[in-house]
Ligand binder design. Sequence first.
Ligand code: HEM
Length: 365
Amino acid sequence: MAFSRALGLSWACLAIAWCVYSWVSLLRNYLIARKIGIPLRVIPISHGNPFWMIIDRSVAIFWRKLPFIGNGNFTRYCWRGWEVGDKCRSHLEMGPVRMHVSPGRNEVYVCDPDALLEIFRRRTDFPRPLELFGKSSCDLANQRFFLLISFDTAILNVFGSNLATVDGEQWKKQRKIAASCFNETNNAIVWSESLSQANDMVRYWNTRPSISNIADDSRTLSLHVLSRAGFGKSFKFQGHLEKVASPVAKNYKESLQMVLDNCVLIMALGTDFLAKPWLPARLRRVHHAYVAFQDYLVDLYESEKRSMAEGRSTGQTLMSTLVRSSAAEARPEMSLTERELYGNMFLLNFAGHDTTTHTLTFALM
Ligand code: HEM
């Protein structure tokens, strides 16, 4: 009895300490943000908080139903994916630049092509936040701003270090090899696969009385193009309502899909944690998909190495070009390690999947 009371008390103290810490951090970030003079939106919990990531959508849906308080910044911005429904509404309301202030960090949203070009050109003034769960993204004391993209880069190392998680000489090395993947032969594969998938998607839409799953179908299309261009695996387009939900990732595509759909969860909780047998079945399925995808990467790598050793030329997929360009480097220290190869393959999928899906969805809606 005394033990459980002590345990309860410890949890309560921890929760209170966490709340106090969050509010102090929020206040500190707000005071920094206020000095800049751009429109601000204050959100009480960071998107990057791993526990919040698990429940953010459900809480936001519940909160939205509450009278009087259900329609604030919290329900509008405090969950992953808010951008899809909001579109450019926030920029129309607040102008081309604004800042979201949260306990974890301040995020600047920019909607101005000239300003964005300038930001991307000045890499040293706007470095990527390579730290895990960064400090405040706006460091006025050093007169520097961290450019925030939609993920914390260090946690992208799930399959190995890659372009997004390294800097300096390492970045130059990886960038040179990764750049070789994007060539005319691969572009031709992307083009023909995109046409074929898009035709099938339109054909599917023509069979429906109305279309309500543009985002899901765009996601399938972009995944299939990536699978073909990245790994040489082709899949027939299946509309959202044609798919039969499968509890376990049965093949390469399903494991990649599950890894990409849950990558924020994988990155936030870590693969070691997800392997715990006492976790709910949903999380264990994600771990299963992660392991299966890792195995596929190893198989593809080994088969590419074999065909290289036998002097056979394989297709011009991203994976094969990456392996071959890396092996062709004259100096061994300039080629990619096996882990870096896997890391970069994952990055190409990660960086190419959501971006393409969202661009297509926004363009079509
Ligand atoms: C409409 C689709 C896309 C958009 C809007 C987009 C946007 C961006 C942006 C803004 C960056 C810069 C991030 C930074 O410098 O920190 C970036 C980087 C990157 N993107 Fe994309 N992207 C798209 C499609 C793709 C695709 C299809 C791939 C791969 C197949 C890809 C792979 C990458 C990689 C590897 C980087 C890191 C480059 C580096 O660090 O040098 N992206 N993307």
